[in-house]
Design a binder for this molecule. Structure first.
Ligand SMILES: Nc1nc2c(ncn2[C@@H]2O[C@H](COP(=O)(O)OP(=O)(O)OP(=O)(O)O)[C@@H](O)[C@H]2O)c(=O)[nH]1
Length: 202
């Protein structure tokens, strides 16, 4: 295993109340709060992970999903290495809004080639009754938007939470390999630049 940890910025997006803060807290601190408050603006936490023998420090940016906080969250999209688009499986509207979230992210992160960017989609709250979004519908959306990896999670009982966050690191590695770009100074490569240069040259 190489000694130096690579810093990786991951942004969590999705409607208010789908469980973004809960997913981050489950992943970083293995805690769950059933009375979690709405996020105002953004918060971030770091977590050290090892993926395929490489060390990463994931800096996870948890954003406020409510519309009124848009101007507070969007400045933090720039420089993201990956993005986790989140909805709740018991909330159809939060699934319908995925395209809006993807578009908002690409616009404010200033990324032109969205297909070349490492997204992961999370359908959270699978422990709840009354599912409104099928696994198949979610997979279809992911297939239509660049074969995005899809995970169904529960921040409440921990199901698949670690798997989903680590998939974002794996997706980033895959995209780097496809673009054949390598980090130049210890950090991960700036994929927003890589995606742009790819789209402008080919
Ligand atoms: N049953 C269940 N409840 C969850 C789960 N994840 C989050 N919740 C609950 O859903 C509510 C909203 O969770 P948050 O993590 O605050 O949601 P958020 O997406 O960060 O919301 P904003 O900060 O407004 O964007 C809280 O009451 C959580 O306890 C889950 O996997 N299962």
């Amino acid at each position: 295993m190489s000694g130096k940890s690579k810093l990786l910025k991951a942004v969590l997006l999705g409607d208010g109340g789908v469980g973004k803060s809960s997913l981050m807290n489950r992943f970083v601190s293995n805690k769950f709060d059933s009375q979690s408050f709405h996020t105002i603006g953004v918060e971030f936490l770091n977590k050290d992970v090892v993926v395929d023998d490489e060390q990463y420090t994931m800096q996870i940016w948890d954003t406020a999903g409510q519309e009124r906080f848009k101007s507070l969250r969007t400045p933090f999209y720039r420089g993201a290495d990956c993005c986790l688009l989140t909805f709740a499986v018991d909330n159809l509207q939060s699934f319908r809004n995925l395209s809006m979230w993807r578009k908002e992210f690409l616009y404010y992160a200033d990324i032109q080639d969205g297909v070349a960017f490492p997204f992961v989609v999370i359908g959270n709250k699978i422990d709840t009754e009354g599912r409104q979004v099928s696994n198949e519908d979610a997979r279809q959306w992911c297939a239509a938007n660049g074969n995005v990896p899809y995970f169904e999670t529960s921040a409440k009982d921990s199901t698949n939470v670690e798997l989903a966050f680590l998939a974002a690191v794996r997706r980033l590695k895959e995209v780097e390999e496809q673009l054949d770009v390598r980090p130049t100074h210890g950090n991960t490569v700036d994929l927003s630049r890589a995606a742009k240069s790819k789209s402008s040259c080919c």
